[in-house]
Write a protein that binds this ligand. Structure first.
Ligand SMILES: [Zn+2]
Length: 408
């Protein structure tokens, strides 16, 4: 309220410790919610005033219970402008992934009070910036910083639940889910472990400017279950193999449908949008599925998001571990919940025509390392075994990692 009506450029912020643990539940930035439902006024404390045009006019840190529409109206930016940002977000779907602790920066024109740019700061490795290009449109730009990755060995012993023991050893819920996925054929995590069973994990941790981002990547796992040793090692090809070089990762389905349907729109980084007529990337493949067509998980994984977007409609995101992620848009119904483990081929949703569409279809995206690729053409992982020279190299890598993990 202090912001509105005051002609000054005001920088606002609450320096909450940004929570990095993937265990934290994301807030659902439910865009359609009226502000009155969030009367808690959780955010703003004025920390600084500035007139520097390069700096954002307003910066704030998202708190539990915030909604995008609430924040926009608090700052005095119209819902219409918010919808224009959302329209640009349809391609990247970044807004639904905001969590408490993430930061928003708003650039507002001095004279017109119009939003000129909005930046989402997720962590030092990822930012998304929306920039006004006309009276009614924004474009987006995603900044991904790889930084440095540091190998850290972690070890623990099972006491009580496996999740508790893993957390005590420093593993996140997402790490455990990824490990569970690697061994799901061989061991039942909730059942097979006994007190005293050991586990060793070599985890890569991302650092940017010496600071941990919270992004991790499992390099190697050795688990001793009832005297039996299970192992998984990530090879230079990005896939996981056991110590003998047998592949653990399963192949993906090329098409996440039971039957073939006509492709009504291909992956195209420079497509003319059928509704708006603008050039914007089409980051997925569209299948002409009638409403109610069962949609299958393209691979084993964990549901990382089930959300509803003004333009993308109802959609599901699956995290497949390592560097792979898939998205399914314009659904009529989701059959999964966030956090649920799914198997390749499992029905996860029914297709529909939600969001802004010209007709019922499935929009399907495949991402590698955070970037969309053409799922119909991309080199996606297939289950295989290593042999020859590759196996020799891999065995060397196994020996090195076993030594780092101090496994006998
Ligand atoms: Zn599409």
């Amino acid at each position: 309220m202090i912001l509105m009506g005051v002609g000054l450029l005001v920088a606002v912020g609450v320096m909450m410790p940004s929570s990095r643990s993937p265990i934290d539940a994301p807030i659902s930035i439910s865009i359609e919610l009226p502000l009155t439902q969030n009367a808690a006024e959780p955010v703003s404390d004025i920390i600084e005033e500035t007139v520097d045009v390069e700096l954002p006019n307003i910066q704030l840190t998202i708190a539990q219970g915030d909604t995008l529409s609430g924040l926009f109206s608090k700052i005095g930016i119209s819902q219409q402008t918010m919808y224009q940002v959302l329209e640009s977000d349809q391609t990247i779907l970044a807004l639904d992934t905001l969590k408490p602790g993430n930061r928003l920066s708003f650039w507002v024109d001095d004279l017109t009070r119009e939003l000129t740019a909005l930046e989402l700061y997720f962590d030092p490795s990822r930012q998304v910036r929306f920039e006004r290009v006309s009276d009614s449109h924004f474009t987006y730009n995603e900044i991904l910083v790889d930084g440095e990755w540091q190998s850290v060995p972690l070890r623990g012993e099972v006491h009580g639940s496996l999740y508790q023991s893993a957390a005590a050893a420093g593993l996140t819920a997402r790490d455990v889910q990824q490990i569970e996925g690697l061994f799901k054929e061989k061991v039942k995590f909730g059942r097979d472990f006994r007190a005293g069973d050991n586990f060793f994990v070599l985890r890569n941790e991302q650092l940017i400017d010496g600071e941990r981002t919270g992004n991790t990547d499992i390099q190697a796992v050795v688990i001793e279950v009832r005297g039996k040793q299970l192992s998984a090692f990530r090879h230079s090809d990005g896939s996981y193999y056991d110590a003998q070089g047998q592949g653990l990762a399963k192949a993906f389905l090329r098409v996440p449908l039971k039957k073939r349907y006509r492709i009504s729109d291909h992956f195209n980084p420079r497509r003319k949008h059928p509704v708006t007529g603008r050039i914007a990337p089409h980051n997925g493949t569209d299948f002409a599925t009638p409403t109610g067509t069962p949609i299958l998980a393209a691979g084993d994984g964990v549901v990382s998001l089930v959300a509803k977007h003004r333009y993308a409609g109802k959609y599901v995101v699956i995290d497949h571990g390592g560097s792979y992620r898939t998205r399914y848009l314009h659904l009529s119904r989701s059959k999964v919940r966030k956090g649920q483990r799914v198997s390749r081929g499992q029905v996860i949703a029914l297709s529909g025509a939600t969001g802004r569409v010209s007709g019922a279809h499935l929009h399907y995206e495949f991402h590698i390392n955070g970037r969309p690729v053409d799922a119909m053409k991309a080199n996606i992982p297939m289950a295989k075994s290593l042999s020859g020279k590759e196996l020799k190299q891999f065995k060397k890598l196994v020996a090195e990692r076993m030594e780092l993990l101090e496994v006998d």
